[in-house]
Ligand binder design. Sequence first.
Ligand SMILES: C[S@@+](CC[C@H](N)C(=O)[O-])C[C@H]1O[C@@H](n2cnc3c(N)ncnc32)[C@H](O)[C@@H]1O
Length: 202
Amino acid sequence: MKDGRGGKWANAALQNGYSHHNDCMPHGGYVQWQRDCLTEMMRIIPEDGAIFYNHKWRVQGGLLQDRQDIVSGFPVRQIIIWKRKGGLNFNAGYFLPTYEVIYLIAKPKFKLSTKANAHGDVWDFTQEMNNEHPAAFPVNLIDRIVSATDAKIILDPFMGSGTTAISAINFKRDYIGIDISPEYCEMARKRIKQHQAQVKLW
Ligand SMILES: C[S@@+](CC[C@H](N)C(=O)[O-])C[C@H]1O[C@@H](n2cnc3c(N)ncnc32)[C@H](O)[C@@H]1O
């Protein structure tokens, strides 16, 4: 949309990208970077830990780019479909994408929390609309993930506006959040503080 096709989507959140980060990397370098991130996450999680790795699939040059090149070789146990409401599709060559995937990458001893396996593998959550961050997750999506594990500490290395911290607080877990953007870190700090104050009132 940076090429002027803004139209009625001129104010769409991601039109101007992230504050301190440009996703526009050469594909090979991007894949290697993401693989390096996953390798480090695998290194630091415990033997009963898991990574919930969300990444959009995209069509580029007319071909579907699933994320097999990124996740190949990692212990992917399941693919969860996050069914969102619509989105933007300027391309007449394929249908409007309405889902994203979450790869459950799990160490051998990982088990879901009690009864969490009653959830199906297609999750219907509307995307976040009330957040200044251009690509925030809905809290109920992350609540589903956090509550489905017994993890004591939740790490989100791409924390953005702090949604994972909000969920961790909701389920009384500790959390570690990282973001490259000082602006988003500040956004997250404020949001966490407000949420903690609210939780105290409950
Ligand atoms: C999809 S957004 C995450 C949004 C978050 N889940 C939320 O609900 O607000 C991805 C985030 O990754 C951050 N990011 C990009 N590159 C990064 C890096 N190398 N290290 C840390 N954070 C990075 C961006 O600033 C952006 O906030």
